[in-house]
Write a protein that binds this ligand. Structure first.
Ligand code: COA
Length: 432
């Protein structure tokens, strides 16, 4: 059978494809820009046909249909990352959160959660019968290998990417053709604080470094400050639009990498059409699974890796809280610890945690004497190195607890420095 015959044989409507999902199944879905929304809609509309189906993904950009009152008992949602669309449901106990390092998501799914069905978006097949997983390779490449039922929404707007994303039509159970706009994540305009943080972070990045940029406004602010750098590499679980101009202008050329030389390495894309157009049929970019891009041992094979991530709170010992506020799950661990460790192990590498010094309209300090009760530490005080706010840079590795506290108070918002100094004096019996 030719690949075209095989593809046509597997081509069904969304309603037909979802009949392969049974009661008590675990269904893992692609997330972010790769949400297979036609199939999600079909499942939501036909919710009465399902009992106790667990739907698992990283996060949803659109609505989270799995948590509506009406579908309780039919679907239960389990996410690796809390966000605006599912945070309330997790707090209310009507959805679940699973904590693990992003590097582990493929193996945690395969070895522990063991979904039977996987659903994703793909770009249409090329002349040789290979579709592409497009914006997201992450954990979905792995679930495609081990799930029993593999359903793909074929969307001609999905960029055709290379790396581990090119998959033969024989690897799928059903195809559902449905063209719709790719969900986008536009970057809000940069704030003054982000611009200042971007400048401090960029001062820690040298020509020839290999960078990872996390989530939020700060990565885009950093990209703005990197325009005069040379020969940067990019090895990052995700990127937004900010990197596109740096790649096009040759600032990021990946020529100094020890591994994947000449290639940009990404787990997933989280941006707009500007980024999707850049990725489309671009052989200089390789989309790879999380257990490669986020594996600290792989990350460390490049020299001078600089990781930049953000957080919610840092205490005076340098303990970093990035994903919880007390018992509330605010976001997820994501790749922060993977990259902090990979950058630390890389020859000449540096890890940076960058954040505004305050939150909630300057009413609370993010540098605190003690982290909020019941919050979980994301990056330990032993892993952390550079902390950056709009007021400067605190370098923590090799420093005593007393020296760390001093360095951190110096980059706290001035409105909170007195309070923090009092704590310093109590704790260390020394004038700040
Ligand atoms: N206490 C209470 N609220 C806080 C807070 C704190 N200490 N710190 C921040 N917030 C609030 C802010 O006020 C803001 O609320 P608002 O939306 O109502 O204004 C919100 O949290 C987001 O803050 P912001 O500084 O804009 O966050 P961000 O979009 O830059 O994201 C993280 C910051 C920490 C949530 C995000 O970086 C993250 O999830 N990191 C962990 C995962 C990770 O690093 N992965 C690696 C790359 S994916």
């Amino acid at each position: 059978m030719s690949w075209r015959e095989e593809y046509n044989k597997k081509l069904v409507t969304a309603e037909e494809a979802i009949k392969s999902i049974h009661d008590n199944d675990k269904v893992v879905m692609a997330f972010g820009c790769s949400e297979p929304r036609c199939i999600v809609r079909a499942m939501r509309e036909n919710y009465k046909n399902y009992n106790n189906v667990e739907v698992i993904n990283m996060l949803l950009l659109g609505e989270t249909p799995w948590v509506d009152e009406e579908v309780r008992g039919h679907f239960r949602y389990n996410s690796f990352f809390a966000s605006g669309t599912n945070r309330k449901a997790i707090a209310a106990g009507v959805a679940d959160y699973t904590s693990c390092y992003l590097s582990e998501t493929p193996s945690v799914l395969r070895d522990y959660i063991k979904p039977r069905v996987t659903v994703m978006s793909v770009a249409p097949p090329d002349e040789e019968g290979y579709v592409s997983l497009g914006t997201n390779c992450d954990y979905i490449e792995t679930t495609l290998a081990h799930c029993e039922v593999k359903i793909a929404q074929v969307n001609k707007n999905m960029p055709y990417t290379y790396g581990a994303t090119r998959k033969h039509v024989s690897e799928f159970t059903y195809f559902v053709e449905c063209d719709e706009p790719i969900p986008e994540v536009p970057a809000p305009p940069l704030t003054e604080v982000e611009v200042k943080i971007g400048k401090h972070c960029a001062s820690l990045i040298n020509d020839g470094d290999c960078i990872q940029l996390g989530i939020g406004g700060i990565p885009n602010a950093i990209c703005e400050e990197l325009k005069d750098k040379k020969d940067l590499g990019l090895h990052s679980e995700m990127v937004g639009d900010g990197v596109v101009d740096l790649i096009k202008s040759g600032v990021i050329n990946n020529t100094k990498k020890n591994i994947d030389n000449g290639k940009t390495i990404l787990g997933f894309a989280f941006g707009t059409k500007k980024l999707f157009d850049h990725l489309d049929k671009n052989r200089d970019v390789e989309m790879v699974p999380m257990d490669y891009v986020n594996n600290p041992v792989i990350i460390a094979q490049n020299d001078n890796v600089v990781s930049v991530n953000s957080c919610l709170q840092v205490d005076l010992m340098g303990q970093v809280v990035s994903d919880t506020i007390g018992l509330n799950q605010f976001s997820g661990v994501g790749g922060q610890v993977d990259f902090v460790r990979g950058a630390t192990m890389s020859k000449g590498g540096r890890s940076i945690i960058a954040m505004p010094s305050t939150a909630k309209g300057d009413t609370i300090s993010k540098i605190v004497p003690k982290i909020t009760d019941y919050s979980a530490v994301t990056t330990t005080r032993n892993d952390v190195n550079y902390i950056v706010t709009e007021f400067g840079i605190a370098q923590l590795k090799g420093k005593t607890m007393r020296e760390r506290a001093r360095a951190l108070i110096a980059i706290a918002h001035p409105d909170f420095r007195d309070e923090l100094s009092e704590e310093f004096e109590r704790r260390f019996n020394e004038k700040y």
